[in-house]
Write a protein that binds this ligand. Sequence first.
Ligand SMILES: Nc1ncnc2c1ncn2[C@@H]1O[C@H](COP(=O)(O)OP(=O)(O)OP(=O)(O)O)[C@@H](O)[C@H]1O
Ligand SMILES: [Mg+2]
Length: 282
Amino acid sequence: MAEALLDIRGLGLALPDRSRRPLFGKAPLRPILEGIDLKVGRGECVALVGESGSGKTTLARSVLRLYEPQQGEIVFAGRDITHMDELELRPLRKRMQMIFQDPLSALNPRRRIGEIVVQPLLSFGAVAPTAAELNARARALLQQVSLPADFARRYPHELSGGQRQRVGIARAIALEPDLIVADEIVSGLDVSTQARILILLRELRTRLGMGMIFVTHDLSVVRVLCDRVVVMREGRVVEEGPTEAVFARPQHPYTRALLDAIPLPEIDDDWLSGKDAAAALT
Ligand SMILES: Nc1ncnc2c1ncn2[C@@H]1O[C@H](COP(=O)(O)OP(=O)(O)OP(=O)(O)O)[C@@H](O)[C@H]1O
Ligand SMILES: [Mg+2]
């Protein structure tokens, strides 16, 4: 495998169980993730799959250190970030970006698209960019995700769901991060829009060499994008391996059940090599 960009070993996380919170005092902790090992190489895409509630989002958030784990360690780009405080994490934060499932709630409704996509440059840039630089960057970022330049002046509600998701992607790649964590980002979209977003991500990943964690419960999209698959169940990893191997010879009964549950993959190799895919990139 490529040099490890992310190396998670024995990760254990428990979160407060609100349903058992007493009237006074703290809620007891409930284990959510246990003994998770997860590696992502530079430029590699790892799919995180598993049924609802298996802990995919929690693991994704832990990778970005939105939670502090109780057990194990998280090493990102050679740095142990397991218990780093926000100040120490800050320079690393710009190297890891998240794309969210619902772009409408993730995008500030009062900001124009052009402002949204360059926001990371303003938050993390070492020197304040000039207005001309910001205008040029906004244009370039929209172009990278195949959106017209004049969308820069629009507001999020003036875009379609698929277009908004492209804006989320443009913002995530603004700083050319080493790692992108995408949580169910194509789930709400129709199949052809899904395919367009997947093709775009694949192309960007190759061009920018980003590592990626792609969270989904839909195995049919994994094949298009991911090199390896990690299957989760009840807060643990039950199987992992190269995508083709896991699809061809699933070892764990749970993975077999998961594979059986998917309908005929609508986005298959034929689709990808067809004219629809070519059109999607233009
Ligand atoms: N902030 C939180 N506090 C306490 N428990 C949580 C929190 N977030 C998630 N959980 C619990 O952790 C478990 C895993 O949730 P998680 O959201 O990671 O699952 P998931 O695999 O992403 O599911 P889905 O496919 O539905 O998005 C669930 O039982 C959930 O109730
Ligand atoms: Mg989730």
